[in-house]
Structure formats: structure tokens, C-alpha cells
Design a protein around this ligand. Structure first.
Ligand code: ADP
Ligand code: MG
Length: 693
């Protein structure tokens, strides 16, 4: 083990207390600290004169404090004015609301660095709430940094000041720089004209010319993306090498019958995707595909084609969903699609241990059931399949723990697709699903009308309810979604139960209204969904349980209460519950001020766009990669340096290089890939398991 893996607490200057603080910055080892790169640099010999600062522009400046003045207006309201000089002119700094600890940093005669947008105050330049750094600091004066002009600026945490961080970084490099080893082979360094790893790291921390370090930053971003892509490439080629999938024959018995029974023409995109499935399934290789398509693009039907192809070859087909509601929904729509093929037996496998379930499992084991749909109930140990030939999995299972136990049942490598309920931005798909082939339905069925989307303040709810009334009079149905099930003392949000009561008693007394949420018993939920589908319910008040999959073409109004609280992909998914028939559909986003800038941006995107791929890109941009799938998605690579939105070009480059490399040298055993071999098998090989389905 190299010294770089040593616990950070043993580094000179750290110790128990500071090491705990550093953990908050994800710094656990010496190496983590060395890879904690500056987020910016300041130049304390900044050549700027105050008279050169430009109005309305973001500027930084180093000057001497000539005045510190505190004004107290009330107990909480105060103002701090600090004046800086460059020896000729004055720059005014102002803060509103500040604490004593903040005030205490300022002293006449001290040198400070400031940065912010220049405005004007009585004819002189001013910055309100600038970023600052006091350069006359004991810690700094005593350190290596005292003579440097350019100083690095780091992300910090409370208790670790900038000068402490600088000191620790310096110590780490002084003691351990020689332990830094290269992890990219010479030919790749040359291809990109990258500097060696040690030099690049030193430059990033200690540069005196911040304009020259662009390439070195790129180097570390590339590294991260490249190793992940190597891993994905190995997963993909590893699968393909096995070559032990089933080789089906397109017998066209059940599949063709389904095609002829459809009340509509498949879109070209659907046809293309079916061809892609058929090609994989009739070849020796095991299919491993991600199926992407916008809400309502018709993913279910193409999935059923694949199911039937396996079944006409004598195999069983499975579908695993994240929720029971969705399993039931699929059960219903698949049964519908196959209603003229009664020889195909379909079952919904639920949790529990009833007599019915025991009998069902027996039938599944004997192969008397052809299509089995269920949640993770499917992968319980006591469920045995006669011969699973095809498996469709919802995206949410991609990284679940369940996936590995499913393996025990997959004794004959069924062909496999992941269905993604919402489109996934390309850059994310390449990092998370990058080992899979991808099929995309990029075309909606014809005659789909745009869903007219608008937003209203909560005090305009009655206007929206009038519009709902109009649609109900035409025989249509509506959804109303609330963020909570029950009233909560902690958060002041409209909940489904209260809204349901209110609508029933006061607003729509003559309509049939029902409540649906995740805490209800399954048979209750079934009953309600069934009645809504039959048109016996006019308005369904629900939580986001209806988010995925629900398909009721007669419902044409979607009201989302507290729309400001939902993420973009979720809003789009909810909106996708309407617009499934040929009627004009409406989505009303009801918002409860105050609404953040970001919230407003989300709402505007919803109004402008109906395109799920575009919305997903925006969502990723706004929320960042960590939050896109929610927190449980442990398998998403966490990048220290890369940002897959900003760096998507580089991601593509790294991907092509990695895939070509692994295709030629799967085990990384060529001489020229020696370094990669060492690094990969030490640091990344373990993670392949996450992807090994
Ligand atoms: P997704 O799962 O992609 O959101 P579904 O498969 O549930 O979409 O299909 C949505 C609706 O569109 C269903 O009612 C389905 O019957 C219908 N549909 C699917 N394909 C077509 C098509 N080619 N033409 C017309 N309607 C279609
Ligand atoms: Mg669907």
C-alpha cells in the first residue's frame, strides 16, 4: 500500500479533530487531500488599479483596509462598511446582516483580497457582499505561501480555514509527492499532450500562472471518465464473450398475431426497436439493452413483442416493476393486448403466501404460465421458473441489491431489457448504462396532441376547478396530485386526504371522487384504479403513486398541487398520465409562493416543452448528476472532478478510446497497457460486479 492511502489524521498538522472536519469534504486519505484541487486562484499582487475596475463586471482586487464602520439599526439589522485603497482611489465594500466573528477579521492596515460585481456608490466603485480573504494572517505569514503571489482557493468546511488548508496541502506534497504514480500509459499522455500525473497535480495546487493549467485540469477529468468507461467496456465485451444466450427463431406465430390485432399502426420508431430486439434475440448473444422512449411513446407494446418471441420458442417471459401498482397496470394492459390469444397465460405475482399464490408458483415452475409480472416478489427464493427466456426490468432496479439474487434464477441467461420510464440524458446513460446497447423510441404515435400546460398561483385554484368542470361535462376524467398523503405538522403542504374531503364536500359535490395513495391496501388500490379506468370515477385525487405507467386515455386533465416542489422529470412523468387519447389534454401546475428562481425555471421549461429528452437534459443540468435519480442509486459513479454535463465532449472521447482499447485488449495484458492493468485491477475491477447482471 502506498503512503498516499494513509489516514489523513496522521498527516503533519492534521490530528483527530481536523481529520473529522476534513471527512466532511470527503478527504479521508493523503491522496484525497492531494486530489482536493483548488476551485480558484487569487493573485495578491493583482495589478489592477481601482480606477480600472469595470462597472457591473465581476472583478477581484487586492487592497489595504483604511476604514471599518459598523452600523446597528436594530437587534438583528446591521450594516458593515469597509473601505479599501490602492494608494490612490477608494473601493467601498458593504455587507448587511453579519456576525461579530465576521467583523473581527477586519482591521485598518490589513491587506485583503475581494471579489464581486462592481456597482456604484456616490460616484465611487462599490461591491455589495463580496467574497473576501484576509491576506495578513498569522497562519499565512508563517508558511511556505508567504512569498507566493498566486494562492489557491479551496472548497472549505467550518473549522478549516483557507490558510490551514493551504498549509496541509503543502505538507502533503512536501512529504509524499514522490509517492504519486502515473496511471495513464505514455501513448495516451502523448495523444492528449498531458503532463505526467505528479507534475500536473503540483501545478494545480502551486501554480503561479493560473491561465496555464487548463490542460492539467482536463487530465484529471479525463482520467475519471476514462476508467469508468474502461469498466463499462469490459462489462459489455465480457457479456458478449460468454455467447451463451438463447438463440430464438422468429416463428411469427404469436408475434404476428399481435401485430395484426393492434387497433393502430406501429410507429417507425417502434418497428425499428422491434427489429433491434429480434436481431439480438435470434443471435447467440444475450440481449442486454436499455429501452428509452418518452412517456406515451409505446414502450409496452414493443416489450410485449419481445415477450412473445421468447414464448413462441417455448420459453417464459418476465417483467419486474418497482411498484405493485405498476405491475398491476402492466398486467392489465398486457392482458388486454393479448386478449385474442388466450393460449398465452399471464400471471401477476404478488407478495404474501396465500393458497392462490402457492398454486401459482407451482404453475410457474411447471411452465404453465407464459408471462409473469411482478415486483421484487419475482426474485424471491421460492419462485422458480421453468425456463425464463426474456426479462424486462424497470430502470429503478438497475443498481438495487435485488439484481444479484435474481441471478440464481437466471440459469439460462434470458435476454434482457431495461425499460426506462423517463428519458435519461445521453451523457448520464453513457455513464450509468454505458455497458448496454440502447434502443430509442424517438417518435410519438401520430395524432397525439400537445398537452397544454400552464401554471397558476394557489389562490387561483377555483379558476382551474372550473376548467376541470368543463371537461367533466364532456365526459372526461381528471387527476389531482398532491405531494403528501396526510396533513403534516412539520410541513405546510396540501395533502391528498384534506383535498379529497374538501373537493367532495364543497367543490364537486355531485361528482364521483376517489382517493388513491401508497399506504392503501392493494385490493383497495386495485379497485379504485379499475373504477377509474371504467369511467366510474370522475376525479382521482392521489399522491405520486400514479407517476409511472398508469394509462387511462379518457383522463385529459392533470392538476399538480405544489408543482414547485417536484423535479422536472417527475413533473413530466406525471403530466404523461394525460394526453394518451386523441382528446385535447391539459396540465395545470399549481404553485404556492414563494418560488425559487430555480423553481420558476422548471415551470417555464414544462410550459415550453413536451419533449422528455429535452426536459431530462435540463433536469440534469439544474439538479446535477448526484440528484438526478435520487439518493438510493448507489451505483451512479460519483465523480470528483468530472461533470458529465459540462464535460460531455470529453466523455465521448474517453468512451471511444476505452471501448476500442478493451475490444483489442480485454484483459489489458498488452505491454503498452501495463499501467492501466495495474490501476484498473486494483481500483476498478471490484466495481464491475455492480454491472454484472
Ligand atoms: P409508455 O410505456 O412508453 O409510456 P405505453 O406503451 O403505455 O407508453 O403506450 C401509451 C399509449 O399509447 C397506450 O394506450 C398504447 O396503446 C398507445 N399506443 C402505443 N403505440 C401506439 C401507436 N403506434 N399508435 C397509436 N397508439 C399507440
Ligand atoms: Mg408503459
Amino acid at each position: 500500500m502506498s503512503n498516499l492511502e494513509n489516514d489523513i489524521k496522521y498527516l503533519k498538522g492534521v490530528g483527530e479533530h481536523r481529520s473529522k472536519l476534513l471527512h466532511k469534504l470527503n478527504i479521508f486519505t493523503i491522496r484525497d487531500l492531494m486530489e482536493h484541487f483548488p476551485r480558484d486562484y487569487i493573485n495578491r499582487r493583482s495589478a489592477y488599479k481601482i480606477r480600472d475596475l469595470k462597472l457591473d463586471q465581476n472583478c477581484s482586487f487586492v487592497g489595504i483596509i483604511v476604514s471599518v464602520e459598523k452600523k446597528q439599526f436594530s437587534r438583528k439589522k446591521n450594516q458593515l462598511n469597509v473601505v479599501l485603497t490602492d494608494g490612490e482611489d477608494y473601493l467601498f465594500l458593504t455587507w448587511f446582516r453579519f456576525g461579530n466573528w465576521f467583523l473581527n477579521q477586519f482591521e485598518n492596515g490589513k491587506q485583503i483580497w475581494v471579489s464581486g460585481v462592481i456597482s456604484e456608490f456616490r460616484g465611487s466603485p462599490q461591491i455589495v457582499h463580496p467574497q473576501i480573504e484576509v491576506l495578513d494572517d498569522e497562519e499565512l505569514k508563517l508558511s511556505f505561501w508567504k512569498t507566493r503571489s498566486v494562492l489557491p482557493v479551496y472548497h472549505l468546511t467550518e473549522g478549516i480555514t483557507i490558510n490551514v488548508m493551504r498549509k496541509l496541502v503543502y505538507n502533503a506534497f512536501k512529504l509524499y509527492a514522490d509517492d504519486i504514480s502515473e496511471n495513464l500509459p505514455q501513448y495516451i499522455l502523448e495523444k492528449f499532450t498531458f503532463t505526467d500525473r505528479k507534475t500536473a497535480m503540483q501545478k494545480l495546487h502551486f501554480t503561479q500562472h493560473p491561465a496555464d493549467i487548463h490542460k492539467d485540469k482536463i487530465r484529471f477529468i479525463f482520467e475519471e471518465l476514462f476508467f469508468i468507461q474502461l469498466m463499462l467496456a469490459r462489462c459489455k465485451y465480457g457479456h458478449e464473450k460468454k455467447l451463451n444466450g438463447n438463440q430464438f427463431i422468429l416463428k411469427k406465430t404469436f408475434t404476428t398475431k399481435l401485430k395484426h390485432s393492434l387497433p393502430f399502426q406501429l410507429t417507425n420508431a417502434q418497428k425499428r426497436v422491434i427489429r433491434e430486439f429480434v436481431e439480438d434475440m435470434t443471435s447467440k448473444k444475450q440481449m442486454n439493452r436499455l429501452l428509452q422512449g418518452d412517456v406515451g411513446s409505446g414502450k409496452t407494446i414493443v416489450t410485449v413483442f419481445a415477450m412473445l418471441l421468447a414464448i413462441e420458442n417455448g420459453f417464459q417471459s418476465l417483467m419486474m416493476t418497482p411498484t405493485e401498482i405498476l405491475a398491476e397496470q402492466h398486467y392489465r394492459s398486457i392482458s388486454n393486448l393479448l386478449s385474442n390469444q388466450p393460449e398465452i397465460k399471464i400471471a401477476l405475482l404478488k407478495g404474501g403466501n396465500s393458497k392462490y399464490k402457492r398454486e401459482l408458483k407451482e404453475k410457474i415452475r411447471k411452465g404453465e404460465i407464459n408471462i409473469i409480472i411482478g415486483t421484487h416478489a419475482l426474485i424471491q427464493k421460492d419462485v422458480e421458473f421453468k425456463n425464463a427466456g426474456f426479462l424486462a426490468i424497470d430502470e429503478q432496479h438497475r443498481f438495487g441489491v435485488q439484481q444479484r439474487s435474481v441471478l440464481s434464477h437466471r440459469n439460462n441467461n434470458p435476454d434482457l431489457i431495461y425499460l426506462s420510464a423517463t428519458p435519461i440524458p445521453r451523457s448520464l446513460a453513457l455513464t450509468v448504462y454505458g455497458d448496454l446497447d440502447v434502443s430509442i423510441i424517438d417518435e410519438l404515435p401520430p395524432n397525439r396532441k400537445k398537452i397544454e400546460t400552464s401554471y397558476y398561483n394557489a389562490n387561483k385554484n377555483s379558476v382551474v376547478y372550473d376548467k376541470v368542470d368543463e371537461q367533466l361535462n364532456l365526459g372526461r376524467q381528471a387527476y389531482i396530485v398532491c405531494p403528501l398523503i396526510q396533513e403534516s405538522e412539520k410541513i405546510d403542504l396540501l395533502d391528498a386526504e384534506s383535498l379529497y374531503e374538501k373537493l367532495k364536500k364543497h367543490i364537486f359535490p355531485s361528482r364521483k371522487i376517489a382517493l388513491l395513495h401508497g399506504k392503501m391496501k392493494n385490493n383497495e388500490k386495485d379497485k379504485i384504479m379499475e373504477n377509474f379506468k371504467n369511467g366510474q370515477i370522475d376525479i382521482l385525487v392521489s399522491t405520486t403513486v400514479i407517476e409511472v405507467g398508469i394509462d387511462v386515455p379518457n383522463a385529459c386533465v392533470m392538476i399538480i398541487q405544489h408543482a414547485e416542489r417536484f423535479g422536472l422529470s417527475q413533473l413530466h412523468q406525471l403530466r404523461g398520465r394525460v394526453g394518451r387519447g386523441s382528446d385535447m389534454s391539459y396540465c395545470y401546475l399549481i404553485v404556492y409562493p414563494p418560488i425559487s428562481e430555480e423553481g420558476r425555471e422548471r415551470l417555464n421549461i414544462m410550459i415550453e416543452s413536451n419533449d422528455g429528452f429535452k426536459i431530462a437534459e435540463k433536469d440534469l443540468e439544474i439538479r446535477g448528476q448526484g440528484d438526478f435519480f435520487g439518493t438510493q442509486q448507489s451505483g451512479i459513479p460519483i465523480f470528483k472532478h468530472a461533470n458529465i454535463i459540462r464535460d460531455r465532449q470529453l466523455l465521448n472521447t474517453a468512451r471511444i478510446l476505452a471501448f476500442d482499447l478493451i475490444e483489442a485488449d480485454y484483459k489489458l495484458e498488452l505491454e503498452k497497457n501495463n499501467i492501466l492493468n495495474k490501476v484498473y485491477f486494483k481500483e476498478y475491477f471490484e466495481r464491475e460486479k455492480l454491472f454484472d447482471f
